[in-house]
Design a protein around this ligand. Structure first.
Ligand code: BES
Ligand code: ZN
Ligand code: ZN
Length: 513
Protein backbone atom coordinates (compact mmCIF):
# COMPACT_ATOMS: atom_id res chain seq x y z
CA UNK A 1 0.00 0.00 0.00
CA UNK A 2 0.91 3.64 -0.38
CA UNK A 3 3.27 5.07 2.24
CA UNK A 4 1.97 7.73 4.60
CA UNK A 5 4.49 9.93 6.40
CA UNK A 6 4.41 12.95 8.66
CA UNK A 7 6.99 15.60 8.00
CA UNK A 8 7.33 18.36 10.48
CA UNK A 9 8.68 21.08 8.23
CA UNK A 10 7.73 24.64 7.52
CA UNK A 11 5.13 24.99 4.83
CA UNK A 12 7.29 27.35 2.80
CA UNK A 13 10.36 25.10 3.12
CA UNK A 14 8.70 21.82 2.29
CA UNK A 15 9.91 20.11 -0.87
CA UNK A 16 7.35 18.01 -2.69
CA UNK A 17 6.00 17.38 -6.18
CA UNK A 18 2.53 18.52 -5.27
CA UNK A 19 1.36 20.48 -2.26
CA UNK A 20 -2.37 20.19 -1.63
CA UNK A 21 -4.15 23.01 0.19
CA UNK A 22 -7.79 22.83 1.28
CA UNK A 23 -9.80 26.00 0.65
CA UNK A 24 -13.36 26.86 1.57
CA UNK A 25 -15.61 29.03 -0.59
CA UNK A 26 -14.86 32.18 1.35
CA UNK A 27 -11.89 33.90 -0.21
CA UNK A 28 -10.37 34.93 3.14
CA UNK A 29 -6.89 33.47 3.49
CA UNK A 30 -5.37 33.39 6.93
CA UNK A 31 -2.34 32.22 8.86
CA UNK A 32 0.29 30.20 7.05
CA UNK A 33 -1.71 30.06 3.82
CA UNK A 34 -1.91 33.86 3.62
CA UNK A 35 1.85 33.93 4.18
CA UNK A 36 2.34 31.38 1.41
CA UNK A 37 0.11 33.36 -0.93
CA UNK A 38 2.05 36.53 -0.40
CA UNK A 39 5.21 34.60 -1.28
CA UNK A 40 3.34 33.68 -4.47
CA UNK A 41 2.43 37.33 -5.08
CA UNK A 42 -1.25 36.67 -4.51
CA UNK A 43 -1.61 33.78 -6.96
CA UNK A 44 -4.33 32.06 -4.87
CA UNK A 45 -6.21 35.30 -4.27
CA UNK A 46 -6.25 36.07 -7.97
CA UNK A 47 -7.46 32.54 -8.77
CA UNK A 48 -10.45 33.27 -6.54
CA UNK A 49 -10.88 36.72 -8.03
CA UNK A 50 -10.90 35.45 -11.61
CA UNK A 51 -13.19 32.60 -10.62
CA UNK A 52 -10.75 30.00 -11.88
CA UNK A 53 -11.23 28.49 -8.45
CA UNK A 54 -14.14 29.13 -6.12
CA UNK A 55 -13.51 26.62 -3.35
CA UNK A 56 -16.59 24.57 -4.25
CA UNK A 57 -16.65 21.00 -2.93
CA UNK A 58 -14.54 18.68 -5.10
CA UNK A 59 -13.30 21.53 -7.26
CA UNK A 60 -9.53 21.55 -7.85
CA UNK A 61 -7.02 23.92 -9.41
CA UNK A 62 -3.45 22.94 -10.23
CA UNK A 63 -0.89 25.75 -10.17
CA UNK A 64 2.73 25.58 -11.24
CA UNK A 65 4.64 27.35 -8.49
CA UNK A 66 8.24 26.24 -8.90
CA UNK A 67 10.51 29.09 -7.88
CA UNK A 68 9.02 30.97 -4.97
CA UNK A 69 8.23 27.74 -3.09
CA UNK A 70 10.14 24.49 -2.66
CA UNK A 71 7.04 22.62 -3.84
CA UNK A 72 6.80 22.17 -7.59
CA UNK A 73 3.04 22.43 -7.84
CA UNK A 74 0.19 23.65 -5.73
CA UNK A 75 -3.16 21.89 -5.88
CA UNK A 76 -6.10 23.78 -4.41
CA UNK A 77 -8.89 21.51 -3.17
CA UNK A 78 -12.33 22.97 -2.54
CA UNK A 79 -14.36 22.14 0.56
CA UNK A 80 -17.52 24.19 -0.04
CA UNK A 81 -18.87 26.67 2.50
CA UNK A 82 -16.66 26.87 5.57
CA UNK A 83 -19.49 26.60 8.10
CA UNK A 84 -20.69 23.41 6.41
CA UNK A 85 -17.45 21.42 6.36
CA UNK A 86 -17.91 17.86 7.60
CA UNK A 87 -15.60 14.86 7.89
CA UNK A 88 -17.11 13.40 4.76
CA UNK A 89 -16.56 16.57 2.74
CA UNK A 90 -12.94 16.51 3.83
CA UNK A 91 -12.67 12.85 2.78
CA UNK A 92 -14.20 13.74 -0.57
CA UNK A 93 -11.95 16.76 -1.16
CA UNK A 94 -8.86 14.72 -0.20
CA UNK A 95 -9.96 11.86 -2.46
CA UNK A 96 -10.65 14.15 -5.40
CA UNK A 97 -7.31 15.96 -4.98
CA UNK A 98 -5.35 12.71 -4.61
CA UNK A 99 -6.85 11.31 -7.80
CA UNK A 100 -6.25 14.56 -9.70
CA UNK A 101 -2.61 14.45 -8.53
CA UNK A 102 -2.26 10.83 -9.61
CA UNK A 103 -3.76 11.57 -13.01
CA UNK A 104 -1.15 14.32 -13.37
CA UNK A 105 1.54 11.68 -12.79
CA UNK A 106 2.69 12.88 -9.36
CA UNK A 107 4.24 10.17 -7.22
CA UNK A 108 4.62 12.10 -3.98
CA UNK A 109 1.89 14.38 -2.72
CA UNK A 110 1.60 16.45 0.43
CA UNK A 111 -1.48 17.49 2.33
CA UNK A 112 -1.10 20.49 4.57
CA UNK A 113 -3.33 19.93 7.59
CA UNK A 114 -3.46 22.68 10.17
CA UNK A 115 -5.32 21.25 13.16
CA UNK A 116 -3.94 23.69 15.72
CA UNK A 117 -6.00 26.26 17.65
CA UNK A 118 -6.29 28.64 14.70
CA UNK A 119 -7.92 25.95 12.56
CA UNK A 120 -10.54 24.88 15.12
CA UNK A 121 -13.28 26.93 13.44
CA UNK A 122 -12.39 25.55 10.06
CA UNK A 123 -12.87 21.99 11.25
CA UNK A 124 -15.71 22.65 13.66
CA UNK A 125 -18.12 20.39 11.78
CA UNK A 126 -15.57 17.58 11.65
CA UNK A 127 -14.81 17.77 15.35
CA UNK A 128 -18.50 18.00 16.20
CA UNK A 129 -19.05 14.51 14.79
CA UNK A 130 -16.08 13.43 16.95
CA UNK A 131 -14.06 12.64 13.86
CA UNK A 132 -10.57 13.82 13.08
CA UNK A 133 -9.44 15.90 10.07
CA UNK A 134 -6.16 14.01 9.64
CA UNK A 135 -7.97 10.67 9.77
CA UNK A 136 -10.50 11.87 7.21
CA UNK A 137 -7.76 13.01 4.83
CA UNK A 138 -5.85 9.73 5.24
CA UNK A 139 -8.99 7.69 4.60
CA UNK A 140 -10.17 9.79 1.66
CA UNK A 141 -6.85 9.79 -0.15
CA UNK A 142 -6.02 6.09 0.40
CA UNK A 143 -9.54 5.01 -0.58
CA UNK A 144 -9.54 7.12 -3.73
CA UNK A 145 -6.15 5.78 -4.86
CA UNK A 146 -7.40 2.17 -4.71
CA UNK A 147 -6.75 0.07 -7.82
CA UNK A 148 -7.65 -3.49 -8.63
CA UNK A 149 -5.36 -4.65 -11.41
CA UNK A 150 -3.96 -7.99 -10.28
CA UNK A 151 -5.34 -9.67 -13.35
CA UNK A 152 -3.48 -7.35 -15.75
CA UNK A 153 -0.23 -8.57 -17.17
CA UNK A 154 1.95 -5.88 -15.60
CA UNK A 155 -0.02 -5.93 -12.34
CA UNK A 156 -0.31 -2.16 -12.63
CA UNK A 157 3.21 -1.90 -11.23
CA UNK A 158 4.92 -0.48 -14.27
CA UNK A 159 2.35 2.15 -14.90
CA UNK A 160 4.00 5.53 -14.33
CA UNK A 161 0.97 7.23 -12.87
CA UNK A 162 0.74 5.89 -9.33
CA UNK A 163 1.06 7.89 -6.14
CA UNK A 164 3.58 6.08 -3.93
CA UNK A 165 3.78 8.39 -0.95
CA UNK A 166 1.41 10.71 0.87
CA UNK A 167 3.04 13.24 3.17
CA UNK A 168 1.03 14.95 5.87
CA UNK A 169 2.32 18.28 6.98
CA UNK A 170 1.22 19.60 10.38
CA UNK A 171 1.19 23.29 11.27
CA UNK A 172 3.06 22.78 14.54
CA UNK A 173 5.21 20.30 16.40
CA UNK A 174 2.51 19.68 19.00
CA UNK A 175 0.30 18.25 16.30
CA UNK A 176 2.71 15.44 15.43
CA UNK A 177 1.76 12.81 18.07
CA UNK A 178 -2.06 13.12 17.69
CA UNK A 179 -1.60 13.24 13.95
CA UNK A 180 0.41 10.01 14.01
CA UNK A 181 -2.42 8.29 15.88
CA UNK A 182 -5.04 9.64 13.48
CA UNK A 183 -3.08 8.51 10.42
CA UNK A 184 -2.73 5.04 11.93
CA UNK A 185 -6.47 4.82 12.49
CA UNK A 186 -7.29 6.12 9.02
CA UNK A 187 -4.87 3.65 7.45
CA UNK A 188 -6.25 0.65 9.32
CA UNK A 189 -9.76 1.54 8.24
CA UNK A 190 -8.76 2.16 4.63
CA UNK A 191 -6.83 -1.11 4.53
CA UNK A 192 -9.85 -3.03 5.78
CA UNK A 193 -12.14 -1.34 3.24
CA UNK A 194 -9.69 -2.03 0.40
CA UNK A 195 -9.35 -5.68 1.46
CA UNK A 196 -13.15 -6.00 1.28
CA UNK A 197 -13.14 -4.28 -2.10
CA UNK A 198 -10.58 -6.82 -3.33
CA UNK A 199 -12.72 -9.75 -2.19
CA UNK A 200 -15.73 -8.31 -4.02
CA UNK A 201 -13.77 -7.49 -7.20
CA UNK A 202 -12.18 -10.93 -7.57
CA UNK A 203 -14.14 -13.16 -9.93
CA UNK A 204 -16.02 -16.15 -8.57
CA UNK A 205 -13.42 -18.58 -9.88
CA UNK A 206 -11.06 -17.05 -7.33
CA UNK A 207 -13.39 -16.14 -4.48
CA UNK A 208 -15.21 -19.36 -3.60
CA UNK A 209 -16.73 -20.11 -0.20
CA UNK A 210 -13.42 -21.82 0.74
CA UNK A 211 -11.49 -18.70 -0.27
CA UNK A 212 -13.67 -16.56 2.00
CA UNK A 213 -13.06 -19.05 4.80
CA UNK A 214 -9.28 -18.92 4.23
CA UNK A 215 -9.41 -15.13 4.28
CA UNK A 216 -11.24 -15.19 7.62
CA UNK A 217 -8.63 -17.61 9.03
CA UNK A 218 -5.85 -15.34 7.82
CA UNK A 219 -7.47 -12.26 9.43
CA UNK A 220 -7.86 -14.21 12.67
CA UNK A 221 -4.17 -15.08 12.69
CA UNK A 222 -2.90 -11.65 11.71
CA UNK A 223 -5.19 -9.53 13.88
CA UNK A 224 -5.73 -11.75 16.92
CA UNK A 225 -9.20 -13.21 16.49
CA UNK A 226 -10.62 -16.71 16.57
CA UNK A 227 -12.08 -18.33 13.51
CA UNK A 228 -14.12 -21.46 13.08
CA UNK A 229 -15.45 -22.72 9.78
CA UNK A 230 -18.35 -25.17 9.61
CA UNK A 231 -18.49 -27.54 6.64
CA UNK A 232 -21.36 -29.51 5.14
CA UNK A 233 -21.26 -32.17 7.86
CA UNK A 234 -21.47 -29.64 10.70
CA UNK A 235 -24.28 -27.85 8.90
CA UNK A 236 -26.20 -31.10 8.62
CA UNK A 237 -25.74 -31.72 12.34
CA UNK A 238 -27.08 -28.27 13.15
CA UNK A 239 -29.99 -28.73 10.77
CA UNK A 240 -29.06 -25.80 8.54
CA UNK A 241 -31.39 -27.05 5.81
CA UNK A 242 -31.87 -23.63 4.20
CA UNK A 243 -28.16 -22.98 3.66
CA UNK A 244 -27.62 -26.59 2.56
CA UNK A 245 -30.56 -26.32 0.18
CA UNK A 246 -28.95 -23.37 -1.61
CA UNK A 247 -25.54 -25.04 -1.81
CA UNK A 248 -26.75 -28.45 -2.99
CA UNK A 249 -26.67 -27.45 -6.67
CA UNK A 250 -23.01 -26.46 -6.61
CA UNK A 251 -19.72 -28.35 -6.90
CA UNK A 252 -18.11 -25.88 -4.51
CA UNK A 253 -18.51 -26.89 -0.87
CA UNK A 254 -20.31 -24.29 1.28
CA UNK A 255 -18.76 -22.74 4.38
CA UNK A 256 -20.25 -21.20 7.49
CA UNK A 257 -17.63 -18.76 8.76
CA UNK A 258 -17.53 -17.72 12.41
CA UNK A 259 -15.03 -14.96 13.16
CA UNK A 260 -14.86 -13.74 16.75
CA UNK A 261 -13.08 -10.69 18.05
CA UNK A 262 -12.98 -10.49 21.82
CA UNK A 263 -12.04 -6.91 22.60
CA UNK A 264 -14.52 -6.60 25.47
CA UNK A 265 -14.80 -8.29 28.82
CA UNK A 266 -15.45 -11.99 28.97
CA UNK A 267 -19.19 -12.25 29.47
CA UNK A 268 -20.18 -9.12 27.68
CA UNK A 269 -22.70 -9.89 24.94
CA UNK A 270 -21.30 -9.19 21.47
CA UNK A 271 -22.51 -7.25 18.50
CA UNK A 272 -23.15 -9.91 15.85
CA UNK A 273 -22.72 -9.00 12.20
CA UNK A 274 -24.04 -11.35 9.54
CA UNK A 275 -23.07 -11.01 5.87
CA UNK A 276 -24.52 -12.71 2.80
CA UNK A 277 -21.74 -14.73 1.17
CA UNK A 278 -23.11 -15.94 -2.17
CA UNK A 279 -19.88 -16.12 -4.18
CA UNK A 280 -21.89 -16.36 -7.39
CA UNK A 281 -25.63 -16.03 -7.92
CA UNK A 282 -26.85 -17.54 -11.18
CA UNK A 283 -30.38 -17.56 -9.80
CA UNK A 284 -30.29 -21.37 -9.68
CA UNK A 285 -33.10 -23.15 -11.56
CA UNK A 286 -34.95 -19.79 -11.58
CA UNK A 287 -32.05 -18.72 -13.78
CA UNK A 288 -31.14 -15.05 -14.15
CA UNK A 289 -31.07 -13.45 -17.63
CA UNK A 290 -27.54 -13.44 -19.09
CA UNK A 291 -27.09 -9.68 -19.73
CA UNK A 292 -25.62 -8.71 -16.39
CA UNK A 293 -25.24 -12.07 -14.70
CA UNK A 294 -21.46 -11.58 -14.43
CA UNK A 295 -22.15 -8.84 -11.87
CA UNK A 296 -23.35 -11.49 -9.47
CA UNK A 297 -19.78 -12.18 -8.34
CA UNK A 298 -20.49 -9.28 -6.00
CA UNK A 299 -23.24 -11.22 -4.22
CA UNK A 300 -20.83 -11.91 -1.37
CA UNK A 301 -20.39 -8.19 -0.62
CA UNK A 302 -22.18 -8.50 2.72
CA UNK A 303 -19.77 -11.27 3.73
CA UNK A 304 -16.73 -9.30 2.55
CA UNK A 305 -17.87 -6.24 4.49
CA UNK A 306 -18.47 -8.35 7.60
CA UNK A 307 -14.92 -9.75 7.44
CA UNK A 308 -13.59 -6.22 6.78
CA UNK A 309 -15.41 -4.75 9.77
CA UNK A 310 -14.09 -7.49 12.08
CA UNK A 311 -10.58 -6.97 10.74
CA UNK A 312 -10.80 -3.23 11.35
CA UNK A 313 -12.29 -3.66 14.83
CA UNK A 314 -9.39 -5.93 15.78
CA UNK A 315 -6.74 -3.73 14.16
CA UNK A 316 -8.15 -0.69 15.97
CA UNK A 317 -8.47 -2.67 19.22
CA UNK A 318 -12.04 -1.53 19.84
CA UNK A 319 -12.94 -2.61 23.41
CA UNK A 320 -16.00 -4.64 22.48
CA UNK A 321 -16.89 -8.23 21.66
CA UNK A 322 -17.86 -8.65 18.03
CA UNK A 323 -18.85 -11.76 16.08
CA UNK A 324 -18.94 -12.00 12.30
CA UNK A 325 -20.99 -14.76 10.66
CA UNK A 326 -20.75 -15.44 6.94
CA UNK A 327 -22.86 -18.17 5.38
CA UNK A 328 -21.02 -18.79 2.09
CA UNK A 329 -22.23 -20.72 -0.93
CA UNK A 330 -22.69 -20.61 -4.67
CA UNK A 331 -26.18 -20.54 -6.15
CA UNK A 332 -26.09 -22.83 -9.21
CA UNK A 333 -28.55 -24.63 -11.44
CA UNK A 334 -27.80 -28.34 -11.82
CA UNK A 335 -29.27 -31.80 -11.52
CA UNK A 336 -28.82 -31.60 -7.78
CA UNK A 337 -30.12 -28.05 -7.33
CA UNK A 338 -33.27 -27.16 -5.38
CA UNK A 339 -36.31 -26.62 -7.59
CA UNK A 340 -39.17 -24.15 -7.30
CA UNK A 341 -41.75 -25.64 -4.98
CA UNK A 342 -39.22 -27.54 -2.87
CA UNK A 343 -39.64 -27.23 0.88
CA UNK A 344 -36.60 -26.80 3.12
CA UNK A 345 -36.38 -27.17 6.88
CA UNK A 346 -34.32 -24.36 8.40
CA UNK A 347 -32.20 -24.54 11.54
CA UNK A 348 -34.92 -22.69 13.45
CA UNK A 349 -37.33 -25.56 12.73
CA UNK A 350 -39.42 -23.35 10.45
CA UNK A 351 -40.09 -24.79 6.99
CA UNK A 352 -39.69 -22.73 3.84
CA UNK A 353 -41.37 -23.22 0.48
CA UNK A 354 -38.86 -22.12 -2.15
CA UNK A 355 -40.98 -20.54 -4.87
CA UNK A 356 -38.03 -18.85 -6.55
CA UNK A 357 -34.50 -20.23 -6.26
CA UNK A 358 -33.14 -16.76 -7.05
CA UNK A 359 -34.33 -15.52 -3.66
CA UNK A 360 -31.46 -17.51 -2.12
CA UNK A 361 -29.85 -14.81 0.04
CA UNK A 362 -32.68 -14.83 2.55
CA UNK A 363 -32.43 -18.64 2.77
CA UNK A 364 -28.78 -18.71 3.80
CA UNK A 365 -29.32 -15.70 6.09
CA UNK A 366 -32.23 -17.46 7.80
CA UNK A 367 -29.89 -20.11 9.19
CA UNK A 368 -27.18 -17.57 10.01
CA UNK A 369 -29.64 -15.38 11.95
CA UNK A 370 -30.84 -18.45 13.85
CA UNK A 371 -27.24 -19.34 14.67
CA UNK A 372 -26.63 -15.74 15.83
CA UNK A 373 -29.23 -16.11 18.59
CA UNK A 374 -26.87 -18.34 20.60
CA UNK A 375 -24.73 -15.26 21.32
CA UNK A 376 -27.67 -13.31 22.79
CA UNK A 377 -26.34 -10.34 20.82
CA UNK A 378 -26.59 -6.77 22.15
CA UNK A 379 -27.32 -5.91 18.51
CA UNK A 380 -27.67 -8.06 15.42
CA UNK A 381 -26.93 -6.48 12.05
CA UNK A 382 -27.07 -8.23 8.71
CA UNK A 383 -25.78 -6.90 5.40
CA UNK A 384 -26.82 -8.38 2.09
CA UNK A 385 -27.06 -7.67 -1.62
CA UNK A 386 -30.57 -8.99 -1.17
CA UNK A 387 -32.87 -7.39 -3.74
CA UNK A 388 -32.78 -5.63 -7.08
CA UNK A 389 -35.83 -3.76 -5.78
CA UNK A 390 -33.68 -1.62 -3.48
CA UNK A 391 -32.17 -0.05 -6.60
CA UNK A 392 -35.70 0.88 -7.75
CA UNK A 393 -36.36 2.46 -4.37
CA UNK A 394 -33.09 4.26 -3.57
CA UNK A 395 -30.83 3.96 -6.61
CA UNK A 396 -27.16 3.81 -5.75
CA UNK A 397 -27.16 6.66 -3.24
CA UNK A 398 -28.22 4.81 -0.13
CA UNK A 399 -28.74 1.35 1.29
CA UNK A 400 -32.09 0.44 2.80
CA UNK A 401 -32.26 -0.19 6.53
CA UNK A 402 -35.09 -2.15 8.15
CA UNK A 403 -35.42 -3.85 11.50
CA UNK A 404 -37.34 -4.61 14.65
CA UNK A 405 -35.84 -1.76 16.71
CA UNK A 406 -36.31 1.88 15.71
CA UNK A 407 -33.49 3.10 17.92
CA UNK A 408 -30.98 0.78 16.25
CA UNK A 409 -32.25 1.87 12.81
CA UNK A 410 -31.76 5.49 13.78
CA UNK A 411 -28.31 4.97 15.26
CA UNK A 412 -27.05 3.10 12.22
CA UNK A 413 -28.46 5.83 10.00
CA UNK A 414 -26.58 8.46 11.98
CA UNK A 415 -23.34 6.48 11.71
CA UNK A 416 -23.81 6.29 7.94
CA UNK A 417 -24.37 10.05 7.69
CA UNK A 418 -21.02 10.64 9.35
CA UNK A 419 -19.09 8.07 7.32
CA UNK A 420 -20.77 8.99 4.03
CA UNK A 421 -22.45 5.58 3.71
CA UNK A 422 -26.05 6.70 3.68
CA UNK A 423 -28.88 4.50 4.93
CA UNK A 424 -32.57 5.16 4.38
CA UNK A 425 -35.27 3.43 6.44
CA UNK A 426 -38.15 1.48 4.93
CA UNK A 427 -41.14 0.29 6.97
CA UNK A 428 -41.70 -3.29 8.03
CA UNK A 429 -45.35 -3.84 8.84
CA UNK A 430 -47.35 -6.92 9.91
CA UNK A 431 -48.94 -6.97 6.42
CA UNK A 432 -45.48 -7.57 4.92
CA UNK A 433 -44.84 -10.44 7.31
CA UNK A 434 -48.19 -11.92 6.40
CA UNK A 435 -47.25 -11.76 2.72
CA UNK A 436 -44.47 -14.29 3.40
CA UNK A 437 -46.72 -17.00 4.87
CA UNK A 438 -46.96 -20.11 2.72
CA UNK A 439 -49.99 -22.34 2.12
CA UNK A 440 -47.88 -25.48 2.47
CA UNK A 441 -44.98 -24.52 4.73
CA UNK A 442 -44.41 -21.97 7.51
CA UNK A 443 -42.97 -19.40 5.13
CA UNK A 444 -42.41 -18.91 1.42
CA UNK A 445 -39.29 -17.21 0.12
CA UNK A 446 -41.06 -14.74 -2.18
CA UNK A 447 -44.35 -12.88 -1.84
CA UNK A 448 -47.16 -13.41 -4.34
CA UNK A 449 -46.92 -11.42 -7.55
CA UNK A 450 -48.52 -8.03 -7.16
CA UNK A 451 -47.53 -7.51 -3.52
CA UNK A 452 -44.56 -5.37 -4.60
CA UNK A 453 -42.19 -3.86 -2.02
CA UNK A 454 -39.51 -6.48 -2.80
CA UNK A 455 -36.96 -5.06 -0.39
CA UNK A 456 -39.46 -4.97 2.45
CA UNK A 457 -40.86 -8.46 1.90
CA UNK A 458 -37.27 -9.77 1.80
CA UNK A 459 -36.65 -8.16 5.18
CA UNK A 460 -40.00 -9.41 6.49
CA UNK A 461 -38.85 -12.95 5.70
CA UNK A 462 -35.59 -12.38 7.61
CA UNK A 463 -37.46 -10.96 10.58
CA UNK A 464 -39.00 -14.38 11.19
CA UNK A 465 -35.48 -15.66 11.98
CA UNK A 466 -33.97 -12.61 13.72
CA UNK A 467 -35.31 -13.47 17.17
CA UNK A 468 -36.16 -10.90 19.78
CA UNK A 469 -32.85 -9.07 20.09
CA UNK A 470 -32.46 -5.63 18.44
CA UNK A 471 -31.93 -6.47 14.77
CA UNK A 472 -31.37 -4.48 11.57
CA UNK A 473 -31.01 -5.54 7.96
CA UNK A 474 -29.07 -3.44 5.44
CA UNK A 475 -29.88 -4.12 1.79
CA UNK A 476 -26.67 -3.09 0.02
CA UNK A 477 -27.54 -4.38 -3.49
CA UNK A 478 -27.44 -0.83 -4.87
CA UNK A 479 -24.40 0.47 -3.04
CA UNK A 480 -21.84 -2.34 -3.01
CA UNK A 481 -20.71 -1.59 -6.57
CA UNK A 482 -20.43 1.69 -8.41
CA UNK A 483 -20.68 2.16 -12.16
CA UNK A 484 -18.75 5.42 -11.98
CA UNK A 485 -15.92 7.10 -10.10
CA UNK A 486 -16.92 8.81 -6.85
CA UNK A 487 -14.67 11.20 -4.90
CA UNK A 488 -13.09 8.47 -2.77
CA UNK A 489 -14.60 5.33 -4.26
CA UNK A 490 -13.34 4.56 -7.73
CA UNK A 491 -15.62 2.72 -10.15
CA UNK A 492 -16.16 -0.88 -9.01
CA UNK A 493 -16.58 -2.42 -5.56
CA UNK A 494 -17.10 0.17 -2.82
CA UNK A 495 -16.69 -1.74 0.43
CA UNK A 496 -19.88 0.06 1.53
CA UNK A 497 -20.63 -0.68 5.17
CA UNK A 498 -17.19 -1.32 6.66
CA UNK A 499 -16.63 2.21 7.96
CA UNK A 500 -20.24 2.55 9.05
CA UNK A 501 -20.04 -0.65 11.08
CA UNK A 502 -16.74 0.36 12.66
CA UNK A 503 -18.24 3.71 13.61
CA UNK A 504 -21.17 1.89 15.20
CA UNK A 505 -18.87 -0.49 17.08
CA UNK A 506 -16.79 2.40 18.40
CA UNK A 507 -19.95 4.12 19.59
CA UNK A 508 -21.22 0.93 21.19
CA UNK A 509 -17.89 0.44 22.98
CA UNK A 510 -18.05 4.01 24.25
CA UNK A 511 -21.60 3.59 25.56
CA UNK A 512 -20.56 0.32 27.15
CA UNK A 513 -17.48 1.65 28.90
N1 BES B 1 -28.43 -11.24 -5.51
C1 BES B 1 -29.74 -10.90 -5.91
C2 BES B 1 -30.08 -9.44 -5.70
C3 BES B 1 -29.29 -8.41 -6.45
C4 BES B 1 -29.82 -7.81 -7.58
C5 BES B 1 -28.06 -8.00 -6.00
C6 BES B 1 -29.12 -6.85 -8.24
C7 BES B 1 -27.35 -7.03 -6.66
C8 BES B 1 -27.88 -6.44 -7.78
C9 BES B 1 -30.76 -11.72 -5.14
O1 BES B 1 -30.36 -12.99 -4.76
C10 BES B 1 -31.94 -11.89 -6.04
O2 BES B 1 -31.80 -12.49 -7.05
N2 BES B 1 -33.06 -11.32 -5.64
C11 BES B 1 -34.26 -11.38 -6.40
C12 BES B 1 -35.40 -11.63 -5.45
C13 BES B 1 -36.66 -11.99 -6.11
C14 BES B 1 -36.57 -13.36 -6.78
C15 BES B 1 -37.76 -12.01 -5.08
C16 BES B 1 -34.43 -10.05 -7.12
O3 BES B 1 -34.08 -9.00 -6.56
O4 BES B 1 -34.87 -10.06 -8.26
ZN1 ZN C 1 -30.66 -14.45 -6.29
ZN1 ZN D 1 -28.29 -13.22 -4.48
Amino acid sequence: MIKTTIKHERLLQHKTECLILFCAEEKKLSGKIAELDSRLKGLIKSAFKNKRFEGKLNQTLLLNVKGPLRADHLLLAGLGKSEEITADKLRQAAGTAARRAENTNFKTITFYIPTDESAKNFYAGVLESSDDPTKAVTEGSLLSLYHFDQYKEDNGKNKPSRVRQIILLPASKEQVPPMRLAIGRGRKLAEAVCASRDLISHPSNTVTPSYLADTAREYAKTFGMTCKVLGTRDMKKLGMGALLGVSQGSQEPPAFIILEYNGGSKNDPPVVIVGKGITFDTGGISLKPPASMHEMKKDMSGGAVTLGALRAAAALKIPLNVVGLVPASENMPSGTAIKPGDILKSMSGKTIEVLNTDAEGRLILADALTYAARYKPRALIDLATLTGAVIMALGHEAAAVLGNDDELVHRLQQCGDITGERLWPLPLWPEHEKAMKSDLADLKNIASPGVGAGTITGAAFLKAFAGDRPWCHLDIAGTSWSGEDNPYAPKGSSGFGVRLLVRFLEQEAENNG
